[in-house]
Design a protein around this ligand. Sequence first.
Ligand code: 3PG
Length: 214
Amino acid sequence: MNNPSPLNTLELASYGPVIPVIVIHQLSHAVPMARALVAGGIRVLEVTLRTPVALSAMRAIAAEVPEAIVGAGTLRSAADVQAAQRVGCRFGVSPGYTADLGRACLDHGLPLLPGVATASEVMTASDQGLRFLKFFPATGAGGVPLLKALAGPFPDMAFCPTGGITPANAADFLALPQVKVVGGSWLTPAALMEAGDWGGITGLARAASALGRA
Ligand code: 3PG
């Protein structure tokens, strides 16, 4: 598949305050779910590589929902990167960072949002020229206080907190100057997906799109 020009990962934060972290169990859910999110104002979609249909789902969304900017989550290996790029993903997200993964993303032209949870991990990613990082697992690792502490030595880094983010705490993270967007799975709950309640998912997306607005 021909991928459009590579994007700068920070651009991902310019489309809205939340990136949904999506687990797709049935391929038939992929396109209607993506359309439902787009209808609610959410265009950047992270589809996790955690199910057998994940790659097919990414391919279907990339081909059939042009307003969506689809990325692959849970990247762990160079093979994952290659597979994601082949099905039309525009970006990748990983729970952590390894040099092999970073190299594979460069080789395949896939912009990477790598996970970090400590100062040393921020330094490793920063050494590779990465300035926009996923802060994972956000609440488990230390939440808002840890992110505030990291802002001191790393004023040039931006973060996308993910892991434990909810509609109730998202605004606290979005209030931090180094946080432009958060990630979370609450927009696509398994129960709504199974029920084919696409209107319900659009409603969750619409509410998420409004988060952080003064
Ligand atoms: C994940 O990798 O599963 C994401 O961090 C989502 O976490 P959440 O389910 O707590 O939103």
